[in-house]
Design a protein around this ligand. Structure first.
Ligand code: NAD
Ligand code: ZN
Length: 341
């Protein structure tokens, strides 16, 4: 089969011919129809320090995808050939305390599709039956292909009660924008999103986020005053991975505010812990998606009319993958979806 492979420990990815993955008794083989590029894939392309210490070479990469089941293992009972599916890219152990308690997203032995095991930038990807999620007909293919990052947004946004709350989202990347959309739909009062990249700020305006703030030019305190906020934000969604954005968020929270942190900041960055203490803030780290409550909510949001299509800015054939990675590496895209069929 064709697959995008990290074949050599250097910058880039290469289209190669590799064997179709072997299907174990509890596995499902999926013919990939569409896949999307994640920031993680860009790290792997760039072969940065994280990628060098994490990715064994050679590795078929990619974990955002949807497709159709082509084959099922002998012990598979819940899925069938021909079914339209997406899938959870975190493979959990099923043995640890959290897994056994039904909290798979907290598994301490998580393996990543396209990171620690062969991924979805391929004609076929193999997943344990447990990880496969059936896609109803009213979830479009390209939306199903971005359920992994949409799930990050939903998991983060739904970490705290949003009804009537004023919400600050730092970072208007695809996940921040989807998080802001989810917050609004979940009953938030004011939703403010910040970024420093004009392209991303435009995208946030285009999807109709209430207040879009250029953090490189505008002072968030002034913006808050101008929109009638006298106290502070009730809920923060950190989606930028920028230390300065996180510090600004801590500063602008009301006492007792709650912050869900998805953005991956540089190691060892500093925050003012006394502000966390005296404001009595509640901080929660987020990784991946809850299995499978987040997936249930994602399908419900889409079926309820949430339109994520404006977040997809590039739709390309797989043979143009270089163009897709270029768009992602520029920082001036939303989601890039690649067609395999
Ligand atoms: P992205 O890089 O596309 O978006 C981040 C955005 O933050 C960019 O638009 C950037 O311009 C903006 N930004 C940079 N500095 C800023 C500042 N000072 N103030 C406001 N905005 C600023 O990333 P994404 O794909 O949307 O993902 C969001 C974050 O979540 C990233 O940090 C990513 O690494 C992380 N992530 C975490 C998980 C997880 O499971 N924890 C999963 C996926 C992504
Ligand atoms: Zn586990």
């Amino acid at each position: 089969m064709k697959a995008l492979v990290k074949t050599r420990p250097e910058v880039g990815l290469w289209m190669e011919r590799v064997p179709v993955p072997e299907v174990g008794p509890n596995d499902v083989l999926i013919r990939v129809k569409k896949s999307a590029i994640c920031g993680t894939d860009v790290h792997i392309w760039n072969w940065d320090q994280w990628a060098q210490k994490t990715i064994p070479v050679p590795m078929v990469v990619g974990h955002e995808f949807m497709g159709e089941i082509a084959e099922v293992g002998s012990a598979v009972t819940k899925h069938h050939v021909g079914e339209r599916v997406s899938g959870e890219g975190h493979i959990v152990c099923g043995k640890c305390r959290n897994c056994r308690a039904g909290r798979g997203h907290l598994c301490r032995n998580t393996l990543g599709v396209g990171v620690n095991r062969p991924g979805a930038f391929a004609e076929f990807v193999c997943l344990p039956e447990y990880n496969v999620v059936s896609m109803p007909d009213d979830v479009p293919d390209e939306i199903a292909a971005i359920f992994d990052p949409f799930g990050n947004a939903v998991h983060t946004a739904l970490s705290f009660d949003l009804v009537g709350e004023d919400v600050l989202v730092t970072g208007a990347g695809p996940i921040g924008i989807m998080g802001a959309m989810v917050a609004k739909r979940s009953g938030a009062r004011k939703v403010v999103i910040t970024d420093i990249n004009p392209v991303r700020l435009d995208l946030a305006r285009k999807v109709g986020i209430d207040y879009v703030v250029d953090a490189s030019k505008e002072n968030l305190a002034d913006v808050m005053r101008s929109i009638g906020m006298t106290e502070g934000f009730d809920v923060g969604l950190e989606m930028s991975g920028a230390a300065s954005a996180f510090r600004d968020m801590i500063d602008k929270m009301n006492n007792g505010g709650k912050i869900a942190i998805l953005g991956i900041a540089p190691a060892g960055f500093e925050i003012d812990w006394n502000k966390v203490i005296f404001k009595m803030l509640n901080l929660k780290g987020i990784y991946g998606r809850e299995m499978f409550e987040t997936w249930y909510k994602m399908i419900a949001f889409v079926q309820g009319g949430l339109d994520l299509s404006p977040v997809i800015t590039h739709r390309i054939g797989i043979d143009d993958f270089r163009e897709g990675f270029e768009a992602m590496r520029s920082g001036n895209s939303g989601k890039v979806v690649m067609d395999w069929m």
